[in-house]
Design a protein around this ligand. Structure first.
Ligand SMILES: Nc1nc2c(ncn2[C@@H]2O[C@H](COP(=O)(O)OP(=O)(O)OP(=O)(O)O)[C@@H](O)[C@H]2O)c(=O)[nH]1
Length: 403
């Protein structure tokens, strides 16, 4: 019995010792590593390959450790192509038509004036008997075409005198007579170049004024094209801050030929936009700055204040080289009234007659020059981008009377 008890005690002691050993061993064993679930550990940049950039750009997305294949010593590791940079939309720059001889190319656009004025006069002058009644009809034709009273009288007197002296009148002779007399009225002595090259320092500064709707903004844009076609660099100043669309319109014209547009907030100070445009033009070394202004004719004082201020502020940089008044040829006498008002406000140095393609009253060229004593320098003969032509008296008269 004693032997049995002794055996049981020994067995318990041995088992206890073995259990302690097992527990002790377990405590010493390190904890297993955490599951590899942290994907935000980044690998160093991949080795550069021939043709790669020298450095991985800082903001380039990097591959996580899971995404990087371990080299197996066989195939080279493929490096992901960096995403292509988004393509910038660069508007295509247009090359405007050359300006030389534009009026000749566009002469067909004067067909309304040609039929009413040129052909009308030639038909009357070809009558067998040039009696008093016929001369009155000639006078009426000229007045209806907006030539103006005084110039009409001069032309009729001149023609009467020469027809009397001439005796015989062949169609060729009559045409030559009429051409000469019309040329006298239009004037061949004016300097019609648009002044954009100042004597002292660049840029040339041109201010464009006129009542809204006459084609002022369009003309400024077309003039930029004329200048670019002649190899000049241009800055556009959108000082017509009255209408945001006018600035957009101008900017679009500029973008098409690569001219830079300076604009301000809608309703902002036009003088400050004009000032900035000239400042930028100077800094950029541009050849010409064209300033489009607003032409609200509500009150003469308002207009005077606004245009006067634009002029004064711009002239802190340099004097204006040209002030162009834009007139809509289809408005006839109304255009002359506008011309008078603007001439009182600023010193106009040149006239742009727009929409001559839409009127039979080509005589307005003569009337407006007489009214202001300044030459028509440019004429608008359509809505197309290159439909603004330098005014050439000979080409204009030839277009009126047909060749
Ligand atoms: N047929 C014809 N249309 C022209 C000519 N010049 C301008 N226009 C049109 O006249 C309209 C008025 O032109 P704009 O340049 O917007 O007139 P604006 O004087 O600047 O007027 P705001 O933009 O309101 O200041 C436009 O539809 C032009 O396309 C031209 O010589 N012939």
């Amino acid at each position: 019995m004693e032997t049995v008890i002794l055996a049981v005690v020994i067995a318990v002691v041995v088992l206890g010792a073995l259990g302690g050993l097992v527990i002790g061993t377990r405590r010493k064993k390190p904890l297993p590593p955490p599951p590899p679930s942290a994907p935000d550990i980044t690998a160093p940049p991949a080795e550069p390959h021939i043709g790669d950039e020298a450095e991985t750009p800082r903001d380039e997305p990097r591959r996580t450790i899971e995404e990087v294949d371990l080299p197996d010593g066989s195939a080279p590791t493929a490096v992901a192509e960096p995403p292509a940079a988004p393509e910038l939309e660069v508007p295509e720059i247009e090359i405007p038509e050359p300006t030389a001889g534009r009026l000749v190319r566009l002469r067909a656009r004067l067909s309304r004036s040609q039929n009413a004025l040129g052909k009308g006069l030639l038909t009357l002058l070809s009558r067998e008997h040039l009696d008093e009644e016929t001369w009155e009809e000639i006078e009426d034709t000229l007045l209806t075409a907006d030539v103006g009273v005084q110039p009409t009288q001069e032309l009729v007197d001149g023609l009467r005198e020469r027809v009397k002296v001439l005796g015989t009148r062949t169609p060729v002779e009559l045409r030559a007579l009429l051409r000469e007399e019309l040329l006298k009225l239009v004037g061949t002595d004016f300097d019609r170049t648009v002044k954009t090259e100042p004597e002292t320092s660049k840029p040339g500064i041109v201010m464009v004024v006129g009542v809204n709707g006459t084609g002022k903004t369009t003309t400024t844009g077309k003039l930029a094209r004329v200048l670019v076609a002649d190899g000049r660099t241009v800055v556009l100043g959108a000082a017509d801050t009255f209408r945001a669309a006018a600035a957009d319109q101008l900017q679009t014209w500029g973008e098409r030929v690569g001219a830079y547009t300076v604009r301000g907030p809608e309703g902002g100070d036009p003088a400050s936009v004009a000032f900035d445009a000239v400042k930028e033009g100077k800094e950029m070394g541009m050849d010409v700055v064209l300033i489009d202004t607003a032409g609200r004719l509500h009150t003469k004082t308002g207009l005077m204040d606004e245009l006067g201020k634009v002029k004064r502020v711009v002239e802190k940089h340099a004097p204006l080289d040209e002030v162009l008044l834009v007139l809509d040829a289809t408005t006839g006498q109304n255009g002359l009234v506008q011309a008078r008002v603007f001439a009182e406000v600023v010193d106009i140095t040149g006239i742009v007659l727009t929409k001559l393609d839409g009127t039979a009253k080509g005589g307005i060229v003569v009337a407006v020059q007489r009214e202001l004593g300044v030459p028509v320098k440019l004429v608008g003969l359509g809505e197309g981008a290159d439909d603004l032509a330098p005014f050439e008296p000979e080409a204009f008269v030839d277009a009126l009377i047909g060749e």
